[in-house]
Design a protein around this ligand. Structure first.
Ligand SMILES: Nc1ncnc2c1ncn2[C@@H]1O[C@H](COP(=O)(O)OP(=O)(O)OP(=O)(O)O)[C@@H](O)[C@H]1O
Ligand SMILES: [Mg+2]
Length: 361
């Protein structure tokens, strides 16, 4: 495990007046780069060759480093180059999608804005559940075995795959049938069958609140909310019921984009308490807890019960709906505040206070 001392040593050698903000070119990179530029930082994009068109079209990356594969981030040469450029990395969803927790905590020797020690709590489903439960959140029930399925469940495949390949079942028999179907359609590998996670299906709408845990201000801010736009589940309602039955579609949840959302004001107090409690629990699990952005994934039912089924202790792609501004960021900051910029602002403030060691790990 890379220690805070090792990171501190690197930071000691950095020219903090010329800090560069770097990230992988994907997910929320534009959001991060725009915020960094607005706060006067240099930006570095680690990018696949085929995606450079994006980071040239929106000229927000001062330097583009092309790689064949994001695992090249583990190469000593690339890391040395990033350190030479005084780079701090902003982790987002593509980091955990392409690198394992071990690789990030053992082999990525570049300061990161965030708490590496919390990654371990974020990436395991069981540990995540413990975290959210300890924070007092309402969670969907889980079923250990397919034979126990007694109501509608959502079957989740291992790993953060943007909901790709998820399916529903309402009995052990329908589960087995769906598994066979998914395997034959190539959406599920036989290796993954045993690690499918069965969770009570909550009938409601998905709501993803975005928070920001500020270490320098010792506060949890509420910056925005989104909902998801998913293929094919968001398309099924466009097909008449007869055809739905005929072609036997099962909803899948491949994320295509995000839609901004404002909520009934009466839902906000509970969502804010949830964010505060999750941050407080994180501080107990792995001090200093969450550093910077985090997001809860919730479903809200028709009697306005909020079920949380996941946490991401980093920037989420849903915050891209707020680039420029979101209503909630506006309420606190006025115009032009969003997660990418909030990150840059936090870094700037920590540097001003000579507290880099508190926000980079
Ligand atoms: N318990 C549940 N009840 C009802 N719907 C659910 C439940 N859990 C997840 N969903 C829906 O399934 C979709 C994908 O779920 P989930 O977020 O778990 O996928 P994921 O693989 O973690 O994706 P990502 O990493 O992008 O968050 C979401 O639209 C969510 O609303
Ligand atoms: Mg999720």
């Amino acid at each position: 495990m890379i220690t805070q001392q090792e990171i501190s040593k690197i930071l000691d050698k950095y020219d903090l007046k010329h800090l560069a903000i770097g990230t992988i070119g994907s997910h929320s990179a534009l959001n991060i780069f725009k915020g960094a530029k607005e706060e006067g930082f240099k930006t570095i994009c680690i990018c696949k060759k085929s995606d450079t068109i994006l980071y040239k079209k929106f000229p927000l990356a001062d330097e583009i480093i092309t790689v064949k594969d994001f695992t090249e981030l583990l190469n000593e040469n690339l890391q040395e180059k990033l350190r030479q450029l005084n780079t701090v990395l902003i982790p987002h969803g593509s980091f955990t999608a392409y690198l394992s927790t071990e690789q990030m905590t053992e082999n990525l020797l570049v300061p990161m804005f965030g708490n590496r020690r919390l990654l371990h709590w974020e990436t395991g489903r069981e540990r995540q559940k413990e975290w959210l439960q300890r924070a007092g959140l309402r969670l969907p029930k889980t079923f250990d075995k397919a034979e126990q399925i007694s109501e509608l469940v959502i079957a989740k495949l291992p790993g953060a795959k943007g909901g790709k390949g998820y399916f529903l079942a309402n009995s052990p028999e329908s589960f087995q049938r769906k598994v066979r179907e998914m395997v034959s359609r190539g959406l599920l590998s036989t290796d993954d069958i045993n690690s499918i996670h069965l969770q009570q299906y909550i009938l409601g709408v998905n709501v993803y609140p975005h928070y920001f845990a500020s270490i320098v201000n010792n506060d949890v801010e509420f910056l925005g909310v989104d909902r998801r736009y998913e293929s094919a589940v968001d398309a099924i309602g466009r097909i008449p019921a007869d055809e739905q039955l005929d072609i036997k579609i099962s909803p899948t949840y491949t994320i295509v984009g995000n839609i901004p959302l404002t909520l009934r004001e009466s839902l906000l107090p509970e969502l804010i308490r949830m964010g505060d409690n999750v941050a407080k629990t994180a501080n107990e699990l792995a001090p200093p807890g969450i550093i910077g952005p985090f997001c809860l994934e919730t479903i809200i039912t028709d009697n306005l019960e909020i079920y949380a089924f996941e946490i991401s202790a980093r920037i989420v792609a849903g915050t891209n709906v707020g680039i420029g501004t979101s209503p909630y960021a506006y309420l606190k900051y006025g115009e032009n505040m969003y997660t990418g910029k909030r990150i840059a602002l936090e870094i700037k403030e920590a540097l001003r206070r000579k507290e880099a060691n508190r926000i980079f790990a």
